[in-house]
Design a protein around this ligand. Structure first.
Ligand code: IFM
Length: 393
């Protein structure tokens, strides 16, 4: 690939607390993983034991030649009971930030990556009347520890989080899931309000640039599907873009496209589906999603905070990422203000309801010993980073 990637471009890999730390016994997901008739394929358990092995993880990122690490805080560890904060656990994350800076890595920190403390699950959840005050208090507590972050994301993928209850209801009615449906408007409104409250606190604390990370996708209309595509895009994307307009930056997490016919979402052909969530293999969706965000929000700096593929074939991961980066280079050449590319994921990790089967990692993790084994794709991406995207000679 050959890219006009700007000087200072960030190249990194991402993780999220519940997917890699292990032992997050005090959050909503742990509870759901262990519920009777749980929809989770398996519990998260010890995950990748990154709670203890994070220095090894950072060494892998820096050693490969990447310059950025994205990770998230686990609210349930920092505020295990309402209003009761753990200084020791916040210090743990503070040490990860220091560890990043010591290795020349720019930390991108997400405050909420899907999980909430159990006490919040049982007292309102994301849509609860007091959740705005609670996220503001949490943000206020953590903000001083995050002064060295390069970027802070408040909430990860609120557009996906708001679509989840809709998917749950569809599954209960036995309807086929053909992709991410239109978000539940009440949940979307609530999450955007939480983002606003958290951002307000970060701004007041003089924190690093604050934004949110959204699922970005290429929207494609099949014959007669144009109107429906525009409606769905407005609900899934445009309303979130509008809410992000006053932020300092926007994160896009792009894996695939969504196709629309006159009756709505069209499921990808089975031969095009990848290992995770039946997504269509469409690397060029990255450039398309970035172009659209840049068109709607021309003045907002963008970061690709996730992009990747679940595959057991690492050569295909390299091919996919190379194609995705070519499309990103095209979007940048056409004027999109993109500041970085962060691959999902550093490690093979806990892929939520699908458990450990899908492997998104640049590094595999032995489920018994937690030994990390870099895949060729890690060195490949590190090489891309060292050359700032220029083609290898
Ligand atoms: O693993 C998830 C991550 O937590 C959020 N974005 C999509 C990834 C792959 O499904």
């Amino acid at each position: 690939m050959t890219g006009p990637f700007p000087d200072g471009f960030l190249w990194g890999a991402a993780t999220a607390a519940h997917q890699v730390e292990g032992g997050n016994v005090n959050n909503d997901h742990w509870e759901l993983e262990h519920a009777e008739h749980s929809p989770f394929a398996e519990p998260s358990g010890d995950a990748c034991d990154s709670w203890h092995r994070w220095p090894e993880d950072l060494d892998l990122v820096a050693g490969a030649g990447l310059n950025t690490y994205r990770f998230s805080l686990e609210w349930s560890r920092i505020e295990p009971a309402e209003g009761e904060f753990s200084r020791a656990n916040l210090d743990h994350y503070r040490r990860i930030l220091d560890g990043c800076r010591d290795r020349g890595l720019t930390p991108i920190v997400t405050l909420v990556h899907f999980t909430m403390p159990r006490w919040l699950l049982h007292d309102g959840g994301w849509t609860g009347a007091r959740t705005g005050d609670r996220i503001a208090r949490f943000t206020e507590y953590v903000a001083p520890a995050l002064r060295d972050a390069g970027y802070i994301a408040t909430i990860n993928e609120p557009n996906l989080m708001a679509a989840q209850p809709v998917m749950g209801a569809m599954a209960r009615r036995g309807e086929p899931i053909k992709g991410l449906p239109r978000p539940d408007q009440g949940v979307a409104d609530a999450l955007l309000e939480l983002h606003r409250r958290s951002t307000e606190v970060l701004r007041g604390a003089g924190s690093p640039p604050a934004g949110m990370t959204l699922v970005g996708r290429e929207h494609l209309a099949e014959d007669g599907g144009e109107e429906r595509m525009r409606e769905e895009r407005a609900a899934f994307e445009d309303q979130f873009f509008t809410a992000a307009a006053d932020d300092d930056w926007l994160g896009l997490q792009v894996y695939t496209c969504a196709r629309f016919g006159p009756d709505g979402l069209v499921a990808p052909a089975p031969e095009l589906q990848t290992l995770a969530h039946g997504m269509e293999r469409r690397p060029e969706a990255l450039g398309a999603a970035v172009r659209r965000a840049a068109e709607v929000l021309p003045d907002l700096p963008l970061l690709v905070t996730e992009n990747g593929i679940a595959t057991a074939d690492d050569e295909d991961r390299i091919r996919f990422t190379d194609e995705a980066l070519r499309s990103l280079a095209g979007a940048i050449a056409d004027g999109a203000d993109v500041r970085g590319y962060v691959h999902w994921s550093l490690l093979d990790n806990f892929e939520w309801m699908l458990g450990y089967r899908p492997t998104f990692g640049l590094v595999s993790v032995d489920r018994q010993t937690f030994a990390r084994t870099p895949k060729p794709s890690l060195a490949w991406l590190g090489g891309v980073a060292r050359r700032n995207g220029r083609t290898a000679c």
